[in-house]
Design a protein. Sequence first.
Length: 196
Amino acid sequence: MNNPAKPLLARIVYWAPPLALALAALLAQALGSLEALRLERGLWLEQPWRLITGQFMHLGWTHLAMNLAGLTVIWLILARFLTAWQWWLTVLVCGAGVNLGLLAFSPSIHWYVGLSGILHGLLAAGALAGLKRQPTLALLLLGLIAKLAWEQFTGQDPGTAQLIGGAVIVDAHVYGAAAGVIVGGYLLLRRMLSAA
């Protein structure tokens, strides 16, 4: 006999990672104070929660909406290439990569908010992990590399900065993508070795 609860549960599990990220970001935006929760260079040791909350805070509702739109697009294109636990692992590694990168290698950046660093990591990890099953994802990776290179050479896009109400921290995109490459590369290698 067919259990109708199974497909519903499978859909809930499938959508849990992006929905949980979106809910956390929406709650942080609605209830939080930017200054109290952002990742801040001089305060993260005394207030370590900023390592997490800084990723969920945004400069405003437009900034949040843009990041959630990006999350949705990434999920729709790449969700099938990673399991739920692999997505969670990727979120954690990319969040840590953004924090570590900004704090260790970008001393001129005093504070940071937003999901964009993690989003670049999710994009890199999902595309790499799915490369064996869908080789055309190489084009997505090339596009990501081109975007990151463009940002590093030209700086932030003034239109985007004006739209979100503050600076676009392009270094966070690089650090998130680098962490995503590590996770996605590991998962791709594991798949290739298990198929051999």
